[in-house]
Design a protein around this ligand. Structure first.
Ligand SMILES: [Zn+2]
Length: 441
């Protein structure tokens, strides 16, 4: 395990070189993670802390953490969040904030939801947060953003990162296999999101820092090759996955945004989450949705790579592109009473047919060089699907616990949810997908 922890320490130093001092000071994976976390909490001057968990994570790892903290002389207040299902909403985040107000710090025992609740509260109170990860299920442990539901809308909020992230391989291995598969799929979103970020830079001048991909070097290919072992629950492979997820979070921390790992595939997942919140249908695990969506967005990239620039006809494509009025009508139809909030996200990204023609001219003139560059790095959707399947994760919308037609709608309509240019926008402009979902009414 020494190698892994040395590598994580080195990666943290690289982040500090890139962005200066950061609250995140320690990432540690080993069998003595609980004791190390307790010692670290003492180093941070935490005397009394709030420990949040849910019924499952409390049973999986809670006792271990309490014993270690108490042994280190730390007074603990136990808060088990029993809401079923537990979601990261602003109301619950504010509740946690209130409970931690008179204590020195917060420890979250859990995965994505509990981490986000703790990071939000710690940021608001300006108190240190320690994360005791119970599953390698997503890449947000080390990031400086949280995803919270505010009035039903999933919003990404910048926060101070946790001060330390700790994980015990024995706890990780015992996590539900579908959570492990979800983490693996979330990790692979980079394969499509990295190209989205590059094209957003070229066409919409979004700030782009390819150095953020530093944290994938070496380990990305290794994890792809470990898919079957992760699926078989081999401790070493699962520990490696956790390492990869922590490093993936560092790429977001270094970029100061989720852009390196979150493009069109994440928008599709957000769309499914929001349909779930507003229409009461079920959603699936974040990473499970992201995995199926990544296969979809990679297919779009593959179509773009195969089309080639010469057949792009900006004049014809832009004249076929719908008017803003038609798009707004489609958003109203899809979202009803909350359409207004979605329009606020969409409008800054919206372009007139004339502007789209200009944009496609730029894309066409630079496509050879650009596509040549991304072709070298991009995986095929088949390869990613095989890897996710080897881990036991879902690869089609049918296998997700969602309303299936929402996935189809999301391919066209998810791009309206956020002012971030992705392959979904490019594919709509190139006429590869309908520019909005037409319900046929
Ligand atoms: Zn994700």
């Amino acid at each position: 395990m020494n190698n892994i922890n040395d590598n994580l320490t080195k990666a943290l130093k690289t982040v500090q070189k890139m962005i200066g001092p950061t609250a995140l000071q320690k990432c540690y994976i080993d069998l003595d993670a609980a004791a190390r976390m307790a010692d670290f909490s003492t180093d941070l001057g935490i005397r009394r802390c709030l420990v949040i968990s849910d019924s499952n994570t409390r049973a999986a790892a809670g006792e271990h953490v309490f014993l270690a903290l108490r042994y280190a002389g730390n007074g603990t207040t136990d808060l088990v969040l029993k809401m079923e299902p537990l979601e990261a909403t602003i109301e619950i985040a504010e509740f946690v904030t209130e409970k931690a107000a008179n204590l020195d710090g917060i420890v979250a025992v859990g995965a994505g939801t509990l981490s986000d609740l703790a990071k939000y509260a710690g940021n608001k109170l300006q108190k240190p947060v320690l994360l005791y990860a119970t599953a390698p299920s997503m890449n947000g442990y080390t990031s400086s953003i949280v995803a919270l539901r505010i009035k039903g809308l999933k919003q990404t909020i910048p926060v101070k990162p946790a001060s330390g992230v700790f994980a015990d391989p024995e706890v990780l291995v015992a996590a539900p296999s579908r959570m492990i598969a979800a983490g693996f799929a979330d990790y692979l979103s980079k394969s499509s999101a990295s190209a989205d970020w590059a094209v957003a830079h070229m066409l919409r001048s979004e700030p782009y820092q390819p150095e953020a991909f530093e944290f994938y070097k070496g380990i990305y290919d290794e994890l792809l090759s470990l898919a079957s072992e992760i699926g078989a629950g081999k401790p070493e492979a699962i520990t490696k996955l956790m390492q990869g997820l922590l490093l993936s979070g560092l790429s977001m921390l270094a970029a100061g945004a989720s852009s390196p790992v979150s493009g069109g595939e994440h928008l599709i997942s957000h769309y499914l989450d929001m349909k779930s919140a507003f229409e009461g249908v079920s959603h699936d695990l974040h990473g499970a949705q992201v995995g199926v969506a990544t296969i979809q967005t990679l297919s779009l990239w593959q179509q773009i790579l195969n089309t080639g620039p010469t057949s792009i006809d900006p004049e014809k494509l832009s004249s076929n592109y719908p008017s803003e009025k038609d798009i707004e009508a489609a958003i109203e139809e899809d979202w009803g009473p909350v359409a207004k909030t979605i329009l606020e996200q969409w409008r800054p990204k919206s372009r007139t047919p004339h502007e789209i023609r200009m944009e496609l001219e730029v894309f066409k003139s630079r496509a050879d060089e650009f596509l040549g560059m991304i072709r070298k790095e991009m995986e095929t959707p088949q390869k990613i699907a095989q890897a996710i399947q080897a881990v036991g994760g879902p690869i089609t919308a049918k296998e997700l616990t969602i309303r299936e037609r929402d996935f189809q709608k999301a391919i066209s309509n998810a791009r309206f949810l956020r002012n971030r240019f992705t392959v979904l926008d490019l594919a709509a402009e190139l006429g590869l997908i309908p520019p909005f979902y037409d319900s046929g009414n």
